[in-house]
Write a protein that binds this ligand. Structure first.
Ligand code: NAD
Length: 375
């Protein structure tokens, strides 16, 4: 089995393999061919891949005879023209927004496997690219927020007087939010956090932060399928807005991470609430790519309003390319190795397997994903 690792398009810094996963695939009996320059932006030289046992070459060379193609983002279908029908294309394929590409992969006979649709079950935790990348994004959001903040995070008692600790408020306590809380605490901030899922209350407390929750309004549970949040009732939204108004004016840094799958991000902070914050405060909106949790957020830009910097954080994992590549590459390896059949020396993906059903978009020249055929 030959595995091809392709170089990502401009703007992407991550790589779908690292020398460690090259060695692990070799131990399964596969050979790995990495497109030249694929690891450059993640500080992995071609020679690092070669030392790990990979071949390196042009796109055409690495695709030739490959049964598996690894990518971070789904490539332009035209750039895969040499790929063999039946090959697996494994990566973050963004199926809802890249429907045309998925159709083209299918027409080319590729088995497109969208890793972001990995089900949230215990068996698949180590294969979950959304979690691994969100974790790093949650960390980086705090670092970026701290860099833009004109004051210090920890309390400092100095001969010239005391510096008070920063107050950090995290809205949305999923994978990114939990890491943001932990990071802000490590930097010495006073941290509070909120979510619509009541299960997060204990998680917030266990990280040494203060939970800020809407009480006495029906629908606080807010937990939908697969551990994700659902949209809240108007009554709940009103109560949440009042609670946030009271709290936010006293905060220095706000990190928002709230997402609802398949929907625009919920609006959590309006312009009047931004204006109520102290000048010099910073908001980092991790939901910027999904429309933003904050009024006025612009994805990929820092907007200044009422003396507040609103950072429209876009794909922060890309700014930690070495770590995010390592976690992403291991997610791909963990998935493929879990389905590896030693005798056939290739992964075998049973139609009825829960993971296969969730992530397989195309097979045998047809779109097979129910989420896509129903859309
Ligand atoms: P997410 O990125 O979809 O959303 C981020 C957070 O925003 C969530 O906690 C959500 O409840 C919250 N949110 C949504 N609307 C909100 C609102 N109006 N106000 C405040 N908060 C709001 O979530 P995620 O990081 O993907 O994680 C969701 C859950 O799934 C977590 O409990 C996580 O532990 C779990 N999970 C399980 C697995 C697995 O078992 N394999 C993998 C990953 C995550």
């Amino acid at each position: 089995m030959k595995i091809a690792v392709i170089k990502e398009a401009a703007g992407e810094t991550r790589c779908a393999a690292i020398p460690e996963t090259v060695k692990k695939f070799a131990a399964l009996g596969a050979t790995v061919a990495v497109e030249k320059g694929a690891g450059d932006a993640a500080s992995i030289a071609d020679s690092d891949f070669e030392e790990a046992g990979a071949d390196t070459g042009s796109r055409t060379q690495v695709l030739e005879g490959a049964g598996i193609i690894l990518c971070v983002n789904g490539p332009d279908p035209a750039s895969l023209s040499g790929a063999a029908p039946g090959a697996l294309l494994v990566g973050g394929l963004d199926p809802m927004r890249q429907r045309d590409r998925i159709e083209a992969y299918s027409a080319a006979g590729l088995d497109a496997l969208a890793m972001e649709w990995m089900p949230r079950i215990t068996r698949a935790q180590s294969m979950d690219i959304l979690s691994s990348q969100s974790n790093l994004a949650g960390y980086k959001a705090v670092i970026d927020g701290a860099a833009a903040y004109g004051r210090a995070f920890p309390m400092m008692m100095t001969a010239a007087g005391t510096v008070s600790p920063a107050k950090v408020f995290v809205m949305g306590v999923g994978v990114a939010g939990l890491q943001a809380i932990a990071t802000a605490r490590r930097l010495g901030a006073q941290v509070s956090a909120t979510d619509v899922r009541s299960a997060t209350k204990d998680q917030i407390k266990s990280l040494g932060a203060k939970p800020i929750f809407v009480e006495d309004v029906a629908g606080i549970e807010g937990e939908g399928a697969g551990g994700y949040a659902t949209e809240m009732s108007p009554e709940y939204q009103k109560a949440q807005a009042e609670l946030v108004s009271g709290h936010i004016a006293k905060q220095d840094i706000v990190i928002t991470t709230a997402l609802i799958p398949g929907r625009p991000a919920p609006r959590l902070i309006n312009d009047a609430q931004v204006a109520s914050m102290r000048a010099g405060s910073v908001i980092v909106d991790l939901a910027a790519d999904a429309g933003g949790n904050v009024e006025g957020t612009v994805s990929g830009e820092t907007v200044r309003k009422h003396g507040i910097a609103i950072i429209g954080a876009s794909n922060l994992a890309r700014s930690l390319a070495a770590d995010s590549s390592a976690l992403f590459a291991r997610n791909l390896y963990n998935f493929l190795s879990a389905f590896w059949d030693k005798e056939q020396a290739e992964p075998v993906l049973p139609d009825e397997d829960e993971i296969v059903k969730a992530i397989r978009l195309s097979h045998g020249g047809k779109i097979v994903s129910e989420r896509l055929t129903a859309a």
